[in-house]
Design a protein around this ligand. Structure first.
Ligand SMILES: Nc1ncnc2c1ncn2[C@@H]1O[C@H](COP(=O)(O)OP(=O)(O)OP(=O)(O)O)[C@@H](O)[C@H]1O
Ligand SMILES: [Mg+2]
Length: 378
């Protein structure tokens, strides 16, 4: 999660030079008298533990590890244990000596400006938030200036690895697996928005932050940018603009006003990536195709749905399922945040699409999910 101005050209990641998804940005909102300009640090950390409690009050204490223990677990952070690298540091596969548990250890970059705050938010949020579609935090290490997070190891890595950075020997994801992943991610977001006392806005939904267990169940990871949502009669929270280029909702990028609907927009981008197999920003494509949303919206409107399907699917998808998934993506990507659906509606819509041909047909009984309704609203 790099800090980066969204108006400069995206930097590329060390591990994946073609991946604009690795680029996150931070900048002050443009001057706007209407928008309170928050000063860093945002005064939120102490509130998190209270606000994130859900009805079950299921706080699970994160374990505290020494640096030595984690160095042992990762064979001294050996290169062969490296799983990947993001804007905040490197992630290693490790095995805890005491229990034999296999884990993923994220070593935060010690030069990171935002690192300490994000470290605290991540530890707090993940101590209180527990759901089958969120990654589990096992513990952390804050030895001296070292900051490390220890997660449950996700054997299939990230959605990005399977969809956008496919290794030569790997089979592309089939249609139903894509819909299963979309459904899992939507349930994770629904939980964050609806279960805690105060809604949690995830703010960093993207394919590299959707990790996969051995059965392709989606698990959201990286809560360092998560933020408590508006309460009472407030419509939004104002925030420094942070997130990842291309996935951020347009109104949040323009004004710094954050709502749960910003996550809904990012979800629409991920769903579009799942449908098309294209990156949200891909500078290797011809000019008009570099921005996935700008390329796809005219195709939604003209109802040229088959052009949106990933060529790697080789036509192997249910037509009705494709139309419905495109309709959901289109609704999530609407410019006007208020008319985007709630995540609970998205979960309902997608639950018809992920389990096989018969359930796909069943979804046709709900007219609000038809592609036509998107066209009417635009
Ligand atoms: N718990 C985990 N289990 C298995 N692999 C993981 C785990 N966490 C992260 N990874 C791997 O490490 C990679 C890097 O993750 P990281 O979160 O540091 O960066 P990123 O998501 O690519 O970018 P950003 O820093 O902007 O979030 C992921 O893409 C994934 O392949
Ligand atoms: Mg990540």
């Amino acid at each position: 999660m790099k800090c980066f101005s969204c108006f400069t050209s995206p930097q590329t990641s060390k591990s994946n030079p073609n991946s604009p998804t690795k680029v996150s940005f931070l900048r002050q909102p443009p001057p706007d008298d209407d928008v309170p300009q928050p000063k860093a640090p945002e005064p939120e950390i102490p509130e998190i533990s209270d606000a994130c409690k859900d009805d079950n009050n299921n706080n699970i204490e994160a374990q505290i590890f020494s640096f030595r223990e984690l160095a042992m677990a990762t064979k001294n952070f050996r290169r062969e244990c490296l799983l990947g690298e993001g804007g905040f540091g490197r992630v290693y596969k490790g095995k805890l000596e005491k229990t034999g548990q296999v884990v993923a250890v994220k070593q935060l970059d010690r030069n990171g400006i935002q690192g300490n705050r994000e470290f605290l938010i991540e530890v707090l949020m993940l101590s209180f938030l527990h759901h089958p579609n969120l990654v589990n935090l096992i513990g952390y290490c804050a030895d001296g200036d070292q900051r490390l997070l220890v997660y449950e190891y996700m054997p299939l890595g990230s959605l990005e690895d399977h969809l956008l950075d496919i290794r030569p020997h790997r089979k592309p994801l089939d249609w139903y697996t894509r819909m299963k992943i979309a459904l899992g991610a939507s349930k994770g977001l629904e939980y964050l928005h609806d279960k805690p006392k105060v809604p949690v806005i995830y703010r960093d939904l993207k394919s590299s932050n959707i990790l996969l267990d051995e059965e392709f169940n989606a698990r959201l990871s990286d809560f360092g940018l998560a933020k408590l949502g508006p309460v009472g009669d407030k419509t939004h929270v104002s925030s420094r603009i942070m997130g990842t280029y291309g996935y951020c909702a347009p109104e949040y990028q323009r004004t710094g006003r954050l709502t749960v609907k910003s996550d809904v927009y990012s979800f629409g981008v991920v769903l579009l990536e799942l449908i098309t197999g294209r990156r949200v920003i891909d500078t290797t494509r011809p000019g008009k195709e570099q921005n996935l949303v700008a390329w796809a919206v005219p195709l939604f409107k003209e109802r040229r749905f088959p052009l949106l399907a990933d060529p790697l699917l080789k036509g192997d998808y249910p037509c009705k399922g494709l139309h419905q998934a495109i309709a959901v993506a289109a609704m999530c990507l609407q410019e006007e945040a208020n008319v985007r659906p709630q995540m609970s509606d998205v979960v309902t819509a997608l639950s018809f699409l992920g389990t096989g041909p018969s359930s796909t047909e069943a979804s046709s009984s709900n007219p609000s999910l038809e592609p036509e309704s998107y066209n009417e609203e635009r």
